[in-house]
Design a protein around this ligand. Structure first.
Ligand SMILES: Nc1ncnc2c1ncn2[C@@H]1O[C@H](COP(=O)(O)OP(=O)(O)OP(=O)(O)O)[C@@H](O)[C@H]1O
Ligand SMILES: [Mg+2]
Length: 500
């Protein structure tokens, strides 16, 4: 049978209670091409992919696979037919090995017995990983891998199905530049083998590096499909947000006054050593460096989540001894962690509870310890509007929000603690361009109110656009301090790769 498009959606609509997630989407995917899907947080990208992979059924509309109308009752059917997906939320079985995760539910058996053929499973996994040039031992327990490696295993798993269509929903959110290049090599190879790749990312440079075609969704509606070479960043952004965005880094100069936080010779054995820096009121200090440079560990130590082996931290000129996050919050510190899925979100709780979690006691009256629900609602609403969280209500379970909107709820959680010192570790990861600008504006306003801010980011434009001063780390040490006026990408990269 001949067909022009391996996969096609016609007028697909998906309604959740209170939300029209997709409203009449018609898209066509070609074999041997990379088709990217762009759109703001909550635009409907993941929902559409979940329909293509049989996790959701469309409310209306149809889907054609190889020219034939197809309905998937469950994900295994789509996989069997040749569509595999790497999800935005990874869900490995942590205590099982890499090879067990790859072949879960379809383990090779020693025929005619019902026993798993571990040798074959090992050999097949080894070959698969070797083939993709991934140096991971198939016997490693999943939980022992870094998030990036887990992501690579997911990718290997998707490849192992030998699918016609491979869907990748933000596969690079926790990969380093080098790992992204590796992934792109794999994608190009799949493309050469005639596979159709559907790719979702908020990173513009990736979209232009890898795509043949780009389709844009906005608020569940189809905006258009374009040849990648007919687009550029500005054009793509305006298609996504429906307006011009000219100020991505709305930094304003505000007075920088007294030293708020001072860190002296701080060390944590095995992670980093001799870290010294200070942050003044009204100042944004950017932390740059390659993934693994030790920046997150420094922040965790300041926040009492990790034991220090030497050094002092002082706030307002007084030495403090912060050993737990609770004590950090009492000292008016806030830390937005980098790894939100594991340490941030409570999926079964609603948006409101996720937001007020860190300050819940503030809402109890002194007498009966009853919660002031009215105040909680009004505070949550205020922040929901401030950073534009897209949710039908505050009572929505957070797991039903799009990835980027979950992220915004966590930003709100920390703002609600009314901190004096705000540590933001990759605050805009997974966040679309429009919302990024909103969060940047918020950070700037907080600085203008005299808050001391630390911004850890792997995105150099964000660091350069937002920071008054930039601290660069490499292999657990500070290798450079650059003033805003002297900062360049090249300068930062030089320090970031300068091990002593
Ligand atoms: N299971 C669900 N129940 C209720 N609403 C949902 C569910 N899944 C998604 N939604 C809603 O559908 C809309 C589209 O969400 P989706 O996850 O597809 O967005 P996205 O484009 O992938 O965004 P992001 O870039 O943030 O990942 C959002 O408003 C979201 O809240
Ligand atoms: Mg998504």
């Amino acid at each position: 049978m001949s067909y022009d498009y391996v996969l096609e959606t016609r007028d697909v609509k998906k309604v959740f209670p209170g939300v029209v997630a997709l409203d009449g989407i018609s898209l066509k995917f070609r074999s041997g091409a990379v088709h990217s899907l762009m759109g703001e947080n909550g635009a409907g990208k993941s929902t559409l992919m979940k329909i293509l992979s049989g996790m959701y059924k469309p409310t209306e509309g149809e889907m054609l696979y190889k020219g034939v109308e197809t309905v998937f009752e469950e994900p295994v059917e789509s996989i069997r037919l040749g569509i595999s997906m790497i999800h935005q939320e990874l869900s490995p079985v942590p205590h099982r090995s890499v090879m067990e995760n790859v072949w879960l539910g379809r383990e090779p058996l020693i025929k005619p017995t019902p026993f798993v053929d571990h040798k074959k499973m090992y050999d097949d996994t080894k070959k698969l990983l070797d083939d993709l040039e991934l140096s991971i031992d198939p016997r490693t327990i999943m939980a022992e891998l870094t998030v990036a490696k887990m992501q690579m295993v997911e990718i290997a798993k998707a490849v192992s199905y030998n699918s016609e269509v491979v869907i990748m929903d933000e596969p690079t959110s926790s990969l380093t530049k080098k790992e992204v290049e590796h992934l792109f090599k794999i994608i190009r190879r799949l493309k050469d083998q005639g596979k159709a790749i559907i790719y979702i990312s908020h990173k513009m440079d990736e979209i232009f590096a890898i795509s043949d075609e780009v389709s844009v969704l906005r608020d569940g509606k189809f905006v258009g499909s374009y040849d990648a070479k007919d687009l550029n960043t500005d054009k793509l952004i305006s298609l996504m947000v429906g307006r011009e965005l000219n100020d991505l880094f709305p930094k304003v100069q505000c007075p920088i006054t007294d030293v708020k936080l001072k860190v002296e010779n701080l060390s944590s054995a095995g992670a980093f050593e001799n870290v010294c820096f200070e942050v003044r009121k009204g100042e944004i200090v950017g932390f740059a460096g390659l993934v693994g440079a030790g920046r997150t560990e420094v922040m965790e130590t300041i926040f009492g989540m990790r034991k220090k082996s030497a050094g002092t931290v002082s706030i307002d000129g007084k030495t403090v001894d912060i050993k737990t996050p609770e004590s950090a919050i009492k000292h008016r510190l806030a830390l937005l962690t980098e790894d939100r899925r594991q340490s941030g979100i409570f999926p079964m709780l609603d948006v409101k509870d996720n937001m007020v979690m860190a300050v819940i006691d503030k809402y109890r009256n002194s007498f009966m310890k009853l919660l002031n629900h009215k105040q909680i609602r009004s505070d949550c609403n205020e922040y929901k509007n401030k950073i534009n969280v897209k949710t039908p209500s505050l009572e929505q379970k957070i797991m039903n929000l799009s990835g980027g909107n979950q992220q915004k709820v966590l930003v709100a959680r920390w703002l609600l603690t009314d901190p004096e010192i705000l540590i933001l570790d990759e605050p805009t990861r997974g966040i679309d361009v429009g919302a990024k600008a909103e969060i940047h504006a918020l950070i700037t306003n907080l600085a203008a109110k005299g808050k001391a801010i630390i911004l850890v980011s792997s995105e150099l434009p964000e660091i350069l656009g937002m920071s008054d001063k930039i601290v660069v780390m490499c292999e657990g040490k500070i290798t450079g301090m650059i003033d805003r006026k002297d900062a360049t990408q090249e300068g930062i990269m030089k320090y970031a790769t300068m091990s002593s």
